[in-house]
Design a protein around this ligand. Sequence first.
Ligand code: G3I
Length: 355
Amino acid sequence: MALTRRELLQWSLSAGASVAAGTTPLRAFAQNAGAPCPFGAALYLPDLEADPRLGREIAGHCQRVTPVSELKWTTSRPAPGVFDFAAADRIADFARGDGLAMHGHTLLWYAENPDWVSALSPSEAERVMADHIETVMLRYRDVAQSWDVVNEPIPDVAPSPEARRDSVWRALVGDDYVAQAFHRAHDIAPDALLVLNEYDLEFAIEHSPAKRDAFSHLVHELVDGGAPITAVGLQAHLRGGWPIAKDELARFVEDMRALGLAILVTELDVMDHELPGPLAERDALIAAQVEDFLAAVTASGPLHSITTWGLTDKFTWVRWAYPRADGRGNRPLPFDENYAPKPMFEVIDHYRSMP
Ligand code: G3I
């Protein structure tokens, strides 16, 4: 019988145990509660090698895994015509071994492109892009049925709905590179979930409203133009202390669903460097912001999946990208560095289990 939310919170706050010690894993909750929404975590191969427990915990709690770096071009494409799948194969084999789906991240991005890409001619870039999408998607078609086809197409400062982020792909292929990538991906895997993935769409302040509008404009342009996009990815790298645009975000998600698109939370974590130091207070603020976000994005229906950008505070990019001035460890993820669940875990599980 599934636990109530309050029981789960009391359990999670008191539990020092973990999957390895027999704690009922999220996965079991999901199975018990009949949760329709898979839970995933991003995984960086050196972290898996550094701590085998990470693999056990992900296997116990998750139904999906996203490679952090292993499918990026700087890792998988060392030279023209050369593919290095060694690292990505290790993540894929880990997923296969534990019956997890792998989310393909990412086919095209403005970042992490090796220098040789910039030296391509426009026609070579179109061919190289198409060849990459085909080769990578076919290699992992057994374990990856969802793909970030284009990652982060909108600039942080989006002065107009037509704003598009500069990238080597846009420079060489033109604005049409996004639609071309989706058409190619669909040709290779017609049944795959093809995702346009973006960050900073979630907030009420700063550049987020304009970025959300520009992203929406691009999605509508793609759909109106017949591009086979089937999902949007909200990365949800939540900035602690920034208010969630609850109503506007709920309307944005409803609009995306009206286009027939699935909604994925792809990289959830909370950058807590500007939040108070005391752990219980900080964890509560983090859980409250995650609640605001998940309530908004589920107001019009269930999510396809929720993936956090790591499982445990022991392994998080936030630690080196957004270190705290007080020197305390960051706490951006559902489990602490000893794999004990935090209030954020309970909030995620609640919204995973919604009908
Ligand atoms: O593992 C090496 C280490 O051996 C070396 O000493 C160190 C210094 O050079 O680098 C380490 O690799 C770093 C790797 O993260 C692991 O920490 C790379 O330099 C660094 O570039 C890489 O950054 C990753 C970044 O994407 C760029 O690929 C972050 O971990 C990763 O969290 C971040 O993830 C992105 C998503 O792909 C897209 N959405 C935003 C998200 C956060 O920026």
